[in-house]
Design a protein around this ligand. Structure first.
Ligand code: TXA
Ligand code: MG
Length: 340
């Protein structure tokens, strides 16, 4: 069975896939794994279920949700127009970590779109997510299954520590693969525009749509982001995170903060973890492969909390490929604190 993970003691949270699908049909909300992060799903066409998602997460209601589907045919009822470029992108990258923004049909409740005239849709590739979507037979609205403001969950334990007592259950599929959320791409305008960098890289999108652009707010300081969710200080650990461009400065900064009485953490990779001394050093993958860093990033941010770290210094990462998403999340988690 998908949900049984015997290596973890998760009896209470393990939810049978059939039961989870039945709950979704009944208007309840359940957490489930996708290839990016765990989602908190409810029937997208049931506005009570959608309200329940916002309540469980403590999410501001001006932040719209992504609608998840299992079959291409489910898209037609949700949108009014499917541009040529969207057809090509779906053919190349669905199912997978790509969310597309379409003009919304009037079947989509305003709770899902937060009153915008567009709707975000994605087809996840994770076998459990696909199975759940097929079984429930409805489009499923699902944000990441964290409390609003916390790092997105990449394990069932992360979900449980944020949402225990607030949701019906979790389908436990073990750790997710990609580790950062899907790429949000607007295809409703003249050029495809990346609203949120994510698991599918800009380079991959450019293979299909070479005129793809980044939302200016991701490049220029002080611009209002087009994707409502990008304006919140997301992904943040409890400790104060600072990015350090030159890693050779990190050990001295850490020693200084420790001398002032702080518990200090350092975020690096396997390649340099032995060069540092701190209260907690997290090796976030290996330099040779940025996908390993993306896969572990949120787990690492949560572990600094588990170790009651007050001050975190992080190395910076190359911004090619999925590194763009990693650095986007780290910058937001750092809230502008960067030592060049
Ligand atoms: O990988 C993912 O995308 C995960 C998994 C569960 O599928 N979901 C996820 O959802 O990250 P959430 O709600 O945490 O992030 C959705 C993002 C937010 O930044 C939101 O503002 C944006 O997508 N979004 C949703 N609908 C939009 C729309 N109509 N226009 C612009 N941005 C939209
Ligand atoms: Mg989220």
């Amino acid at each position: 069975r998908w949900n049984v993970n015997k290596s973890m003691n998760l009896q209470k949270k393990e939810t049978d896939l059939q039961e989870a699908a039945a709950w979704i049909k009944q208007g309840k909300v359940v957490a489930f794994p996708t290839e990016t992060v765990y989602g908190l799903g409810g029937n997208a066409l049931d506005s009570q279920a959608v309200k329940e998602i916002f309540r469980a997460k403590g999410r501001p209601n001006d932040n719209p949700l992504i609608v998840h589907i299992a079959k291409r045919e489910q898209l037609d009822a949700l949108v009014t127009d499917i541009p040529e470029v969207a057809e090509k992108l779906m053919k190349a990258y669905w199912p997978g970590p790509l969310t597309l923004i379409f003009k919304a049909s009037d079947q989509v409740p305003t709770d899902v779109t937060a009153g915008l005239d567009t709707v975000a849709v994605r087809m996840p590739s994770h076998p459990i997510a696909r199975e759940l979507l097929l079984e429930s037979g409805v489009p499923v609205a699902a944000p990441s299954a964290n409390l609003s403001g916390r790092p997105s969950p990449t394990t069932a334990d992360h979900v449980w520590s944020d949402l225990e007592g607030r949701i019906a259950g979790i389908v436990d599929g073990g750790p997710t693969g990609v580790g950062v959320e899907s790429t949000v791409l607007d295809i409703s305008g003249p050029h495809p525009v990346i609203f949120r960098p994510g698991g599918l890289t800009q380079e991959q999108i450019a293979e299909i749509a070479e005129d793809v652009e980044l939302d200016q707010a991701l490049v220029t300081e002080g611009q209002a982001p087009k994707s409502p969710g990008m304006k919140y200080t997301h992904y943040a650990p409890k400790g104060s995170l600072t990015l350090v461009t030159n890693y050779l400065q990190i050990q001295e900064l850490a020693a200084h903060a420790q001398a002032q009485g702080s518990r200090v953490g350092i975020l690096t990779t396997e390649n340099r973890k032995h060069e540092y001394v701190a209260d907690f050093v997290f090796a976030c993958g290996v330099d040779e492969d940025l996908t390993t860093t993306a896969a572990l990033l949120y787990n690492g941010l949560r572990q600094f909390d588990d170790h009651q770290i007050d001050v975190i210094y992080s190395e910076v990462f190359p911004e090619n490929g999925v590194g763009a998403a990693v650095m986007n999340r780290l910058r937001k988690a750092a809230g502008g604190r960067i030592i060049e």
